[in-house]
Design a protein around this ligand. Structure first.
Ligand SMILES: Nc1ncnc2c1ncn2[C@@H]1O[C@H](COP(=O)(O)OP(=O)(O)OP(=O)(O)O)[C@@H](O)[C@H]1O
Ligand SMILES: [Mg+2]
Length: 256
């Protein structure tokens, strides 16, 4: 029996007076790998950032394992949760971005260990063991003591992914993690994500790699102008798109 991991109901988000998410609904089962595709400005990043409470949102609900993220509702009154609760909830998700944001003055292992020591309060020895395990998993066992400046972009991104996964999140959020990489480095990062998918990690990933979305996802979501315009099985979506907007989008994308 699969279990609902994430439920998004009528999510609305404004920047000032501009509404960029206009009622997003989405249900995700544990172990699903969902790719989010859509043109620039359609709200993909904003949606991920709301799930992780990096952005406030004005309407709707996000439930992770049945628990309201960010806000509590009593009757018609909606109140932001305490910063302590939000910090705890934020740790349920791990996020990797286009920019890897590693600390340049720390080695790969130290970057991975940081959250384990500071947030999870593990000893340095325990944290080091976990960091080594995950660096090995992303193919960087021999680079544990290198600084980011001594690593390629693809290697740095793999460290960033190891850092997020090491925190043992319930859900991984990936936002165009290959977009800043030279083409020859994209494959090694996608390979790591494929491995995590095969392990049953629940993942929401925004990607422009249509072939990857087609091969790896259990489901694809196409966002357009702040709403989910079409969603479904990757084969259906890419080979038999239903909406005119998706047909147009696929013409301009890398899938062919
Ligand atoms: N901090 C911000 N302040 C104001 N407007 C913003 C901010 N961040 C994003 N927006 C606007 O919100 C809309 C959605 O942006 P978002 O970054 O979610 O799009 P996206 O689908 O991730 O696009 P891309 O494919 O280019 O990354 C856009 O119109 C964008 O200009
Ligand atoms: Mg984006």
């Amino acid at each position: 029996m699969s279990k609902i991991l994430l439920e998004i109901q009528g999510l609305r988000k404004q920047y000032g007076t501009v509404e960029v998410l206009k009622g997003v609904d989405c249900t995700m089962q544990e172990g699903e790998v969902i790719s989010i595709i859509g043109s620039s400005g359609s709200g993909k990043t904003t949606m991920l950032r709301c799930i992780n409470m990096l952005e406030e949102f004005q309407g709707g609900r996000i439930l992770l394992e049945g628990e309201d993220i960010g806000y509590e509702q009593s009757g018609t009154v909606r109140k932001r949760k305490s910063e302590k609760d939000i910090a705890r909830q934020r740790a349920l998700t791990g996020m990797a971005f286009q920019q890897f944001n590693l600390f340049p003055h720390m080695t790969a292992a130290e970057n991975v260990m940081l959250g384990l020591v500071k947030v999870k309060k593990l000893s340095r020895d325990e944290a080091r063991a976990i960091a080594e395990k995950w660096l090995d998993r992303v193919g960087l066992a021999s680079r544990a003591d290198h600084y980011p400046g001594q690593l390629s972009g693809g290697q740095q991104q793999r460290v960033a992914i190891a850092r997020a996964i090491a925190m043992n999140p319930r859900l991984m959020l990936f936002d165009e993690v290959t977009s800043a990489l030279d083409p020859e480095l994209v494959g090694e990062v996608l390979q790591v994500i494929k491995g995590l998918a095969a392990d049953g990690m629940s993942m929401l990933l925004v990607t422009h790699e249509m072939r990857f979305a087609y091969e790896v996802s259990s489901r694809v979501i196409f966002m357009n102008q702040g709403v989910i315009c079409e969603e479904g099985d990757p084969k259906e979506m890419f080979l038999r798109p239903k909406t005119e907007r998706l047909v147009e989008f696929l013409k301009t994308s890398s899938f062919n």
